[in-house]
Design a protein around this ligand. Structure first.
Ligand SMILES: NC(=O)c1ccc[n+]([C@@H]2O[C@H](COP(=O)([O-])OP(=O)(O)OC[C@H]3O[C@@H](n4cnc5c(N)ncnc54)[C@H](O)[C@@H]3O)[C@@H](O)[C@H]2O)c1
Ligand SMILES: [Zn+2]
Length: 350
């Protein structure tokens, strides 16, 4: 078992990781509050038949008073409209200020359940039990919770840190390959921005199967990189931007396809290759980075290629409201393992 503490003063919490840890979730959750406390487990319709029973059994065995609710699986569930259903589940369960919410699922359940916890009764404790690779290495750590509004993704949200994050890599055994690849884009991103050894280990392992024996360490290495960045910049006003490597072009691509044709991870993979190619041409990144990233992504089911017209995708970046006066910070690599924030003018992408 590996434990990391995210040091945020009175909002500090542990990320605990171990194979089979789900069976001991109760031992981690119970000491966080009073004995016999009510716990509400929120999950989705894909995860419930696989992992809810084990989770509830472990929480009950630790003396907690457990109820649960299941929402349809998929990004559509992260809409603002779902909040009412979640609040109504909390009310039916009779949750009070001293009770706790557990989010058991991927980033959708973590973000939605976390936002519901942040707002119900002006804020309930919550514990994340991430079940996708993306959630384990990214969304469950850092305290960003949100729902999507009709005008865009994550538009209503909060910074609400969990009381603990319980990571059991064994739950990934049931995760379909496409979702595993999606998470790998973020794992590769961490190697790119901060850890060339991680990048080399991923390259050596060479496939999902090859990674299996190292997965616990790999997941925790990613969490640790995110931990350091989040501790220095909890509210995302500076260094946290590094985590956006590959995401500027990636997000624009997702938007171009209306969040339908391309997954987030596939888009980020294209984004990492694209920005490295541009920066290599400008002499801002060591030659060969884009090729190394593409070769590694390919090993994990990410093509780094897409047919969308470059000019149109880049046009969306320029028109983004956040890019005031054409100025935009992008994340570049000096070389693999060494990311930095680079202020650009409107001409960078041309
Ligand atoms: N809060 C943050 O900092 C942050 C960071 C990155 C992404 N996100 C958000 O995360 C969301 C995407 O998360 P995601 O990729 O985990 O998607 P997801 O939660 O939709 O999960 C993907 C699919 O996998 C299924 N699933 C989950 N665990 C499984 C398991 N162990 N076995 C089998 N199936 C399983 C889910 O039911 C779902 O169908 C997006 O909404 C994104 O905005 C948030
Ligand atoms: Zn991402």
């Amino acid at each position: 078992m590996i434990t990391l503490t995210v040091g945020l003063g009175e909002r500090s919490y542990d990320i605990v990781c171990g194979r089979g840890l789900l069976s001991n979730a109760g031992d981690i959750v119970a000491p966080l509050g009073r004995a016999g406390r009510k716990v509400f487990v929120l999950t989705d319709s894909d995860v419930a038949p696989l992992w809810l029973g084990k989770t509830v059994a472990s929480l009950r065995a630790a003396g907690l008073d457990v109820s649960s609710g299941t929402l349809p699986a998929g990004e559509k569930t992260k809409r603002f409209d779902s909040l009412m259903a979640v609040y109504s589940m909390f009310a039916d369960a009779g949750l009070t200020r001293s009770d706790l919410v557990v989010t058991l699922g991927g980033g959708v359940i973590g973000d939605l359940g976390g936002f519901a916890a942040a707002t119900y009764l002006r804020g309930l404790d919550f514990v994340q039990i991430p079940t996708t690779l993306l959630a384990q290495v990214d969304s469950a750590v850092g305290g960003k919770v949100a729902v999507d509004l009709p005008w865009g993704k994550n538009l209503a949200g909060a910074f609400w840190q969990p009381r603990a994050v319980v990571v059991d890599p064994d739950v990934l055994d049931t995760l379909p390959d496409d979702y595993f690849s999606d998470g790998m884009a973020e794992v590769i991103k961490y190697g790119c921005i901060r850890d060339r050894d991680l990048f080399a280990r991923l390259d050596e392992a060479g496939s999902r199967e090859g990674l299996r024996v190292h997965i616990e360490e790999i997941v925790m290495r990613c969490c640790d990189i995110k931990r350091v960045v989040v501790e220095r910049d909890e509210r995302d006003t500076g260094e946290r931007m590094l985590l956006n490597f590959g995401h500027t072009y990636g997000h624009a691509l997702e938007k171009y396809y209306n969040y339908e044709k391309i997954s987030h991870g596939a888009a980020v993979a294209v984004g990492m290759r694209t920005i490295c190619s541009i920066a290599e041409r400008k002499g801002l990144t060591a030659k060969g980075c884009a090729d190394k990233i593409t070769a590694l992504c390919n090993k994990y089911g990410l093509s780094c290629r897409d047919d969308a017209p470059y000019d149109e995708v880049v046009g969306a970046i320029a028109s983004d409201k956040k890019n005031l006066n054409g100025a935009l910070n992008v994340v570049l690599l000096r070389d693999v393992g060494d990311g930095y924030v680079y202020p650009t003018d409107g001409g960078f992408w041309l």
